[in-house]
Ligand binder design. Structure first.
Ligand code: FAD
Length: 317
């Protein structure tokens, strides 16, 4: 079922979770062990992130180095199929431009369609580890909007090869990313907003946001979207702070502000366990306020912290 249908049919705030594929070498049980406790909250769907391959240099026996492309977290499509089969719940794969040619994307979309997956979150992806800025693949997409247009074309039966006539139409519901505190590369929020509006005009059906820790940023963002003619559902992405290190890492990587009230409480903590308690309480209050505001869904990035998310959702739902 499509994300938008879940939202339309809901009579209360929904909850959804996001997971990462496990590192190569681990099996599907690591996903089930992670998700099992969270399934008691009956999530509307589970998002599965996508991770591009990275260039690495492997030392040969003779001391020289070999350049290899390594995908540390493969398996997004298979994990989505396994989740749907195991839990009978919808899975939302992330698809990205980075590391993919358009033809590879088309083939991946055909696989997803054959598996009965109705949703994709269309993203650009970040620059590769050894790149200063994002570089598309030759024959790949530069921006998320270009990927989105490819999915929208497939929904209309338009394939890359124009000799495919009367091609089968897919029916993907397409989500896109939004940034309440602006994307780190955008010169300002207004420009970023225009690019978001372009994605909506090209067929995006809902927006899922980057994490934020100050709800007032989200509320202003929703208002700004509405003022700019964006009327599709906006789903807040939520993550707990669980260590002191994150006070510097999260702002640097995700361009998010951490409110002084939260950072000063975290700085007082003596152990990571104490930090987790503060982060859990903050996320509970954040979630309750968002729920009261009327968000359609509370989407939690569970990323290695399912117990913290369990404690939060237990209090909120
Ligand atoms: P875009 O919408 O393409 O925007 C990227 C930048 O380009 C922005 O600054 C935008 O303002 C600008 N821009 C857009 N269009 C134009 C244009 N036509 N001309 C000039 N500038 C333009 N990454 C992963 O690798 N895997 C994941 O699974 C993943 N999941 C994510 C889930 C969520 C909810 C979010 C918020 C992010 C996720 N990311 C993931 C990270 C994401 O890929 C990065 O934030 C990436 O840098 C931008 O992706 P985007 O889809 O927002 O890109």
């Amino acid at each position: 079922m499509k994300v938008t249908d879940h939202i339309q049919q809901a009579d209360k705030t929904l909850v959804s979770f996001e997971i990462l594929p496990p590192l190569k070498g681990r099996d599907i049980n690591s996903i089930y062990n992670h998700l099992n406790p969270l399934m008691e909250f009956k999530p509307a769907w589970i998002n599965v992130t996508y991770h591009r391959s990275e260039t690495a240099f492997k030392k040969r026996k003779d001391g020289s180095f070999e350049k290899v492309e390594v995908r540390k977290r493969p398996g997004t499509v298979g994990i989505c199929a396994a989740i749907m089969n195991h839990y009978k719940v919808d899975a939302v794969p992330h698809i990205i431009c980075g590391g993919f040619t358009m033809r590879e994307t088309e083939d991946a979309l055909i696989d997803l369609n054959f598996l009965g997956i109705d949703n994709v979150l269309a993203l650009r992806g970040d620059a590769g580890k050894n790149e200063a800025s994002f570089e598309p693949e030759p024959e790949g997409h530069r921006y998320a909007i270009d990927l989105l247009k490819q999915v929208a074309n497939l929904n209309n039966g338009i394939y890359l090869d124009d000799d495919i006539r009367d091609g089968g139409k897919t029916k993907f519901c397409i989500g896109v990313a939004g940034y309440p505190e602006k994307h780190f590369e955008a010169p300002n929020l207004a420009t970023d907003m225009q690019h978001l509006k372009d994605k909506v005009d090209a067929g995006a059906e809902y927006i899922m946001t980057q994490m934020f820790f100050d709800n007032s940023k989200f509320f202003s963002y929703v208002q700004m979207c509405r003022d700019n003619g964006i009327h599709i559902p906006i789903i807040p992405g939520l993550k707990p702070i669980t260590s002191k290190k994150q006070l510097s890492v999260l702002p640097r990587i995700f361009n998010v502000d951490i409110p002084t009230e939260l950072s000063s409480e975290i700085l007082k903590c003596k152990t990571d366990e104490d930090c987790e308690k503060v982060g859990t309480e903050w996320l509970i209050q954040q979630s309750k306020e968002l729920k009261a505001f009327g968000v359609p869904v509370l989407h939690y990035y569970t990323l290695g912290k399912p117990k913290v998310i369990w404690n939060v959702v237990k209090e909120v739902m």
